[in-house]
Ligand binder design. Sequence first.
Ligand SMILES: [Zn+2]
Length: 248
Amino acid sequence: MPTVDEELERIRRLLEGAHERGLVGALGDEDKVEGHHNPGAHGAGELEPDDEGMLFVESFRNVTSVPRGFTRGRNRPRPLSLVTTVVIHQTAVGGGFGLSARLLARHQGQAFSARQDRYRDTPYHGVYSPIDRASVVQWPAWVHSFHGNGANDYSVGWAYDGKLPGDVLDLHGARSALRHFVTAMREVGVGLRYVEAHRQHSNQRGGDPGAGIWSLVVRPLLDELGLEERADHTTGSGLKLPSDWRRA
Ligand SMILES: [Zn+2]
């Protein structure tokens, strides 16, 4: 005869399982991301560093549901066909996201691994960490996350983890990371065509991602990545791209 606690635990597991199956089942066949496990830090999918010592992480390939504790997005997956645009951000955190002693301890002192954990609290689908020289693609495009106000419905978010002006812009790393992000998304069928700035969707984000990232990272990659800049497209209180972001 099971105790009340054991029975409650059994029911809890049943509910959790049903929740996960519900999320996965809500995806159309064409929206399913191939199961693909890259072994690495905590199953994060750590790839080999390149010649410049950059790391490319594709943990998004292991994500089959949105964690229940995640408050920066909807639980229900969306069809990939809705996603046409990448919205560029800066995290505006000087030196990038810091790590608590507790989080570091949980990752045996490995900052790179701990920071990936920290990023999973953010709504960005992809993040570049200059401090770790790591490009992290963390959420699949079917995750409707709250990163860019009126652009959320049709976009994925990518962020440079730093504060600009202020920090030194890691040009090579940021370009490699954005290239990696767009390529990884397209590999699983996301039809990215446009690139927009967070500022285009909120007048509270006028400097997001700012002239440096836009003119030196995003614009030089437009042709190569086949992305179109929509300088005048705004939603809500958003602002057009200023001319000094578009000089380079
Ligand atoms: Zn932003």
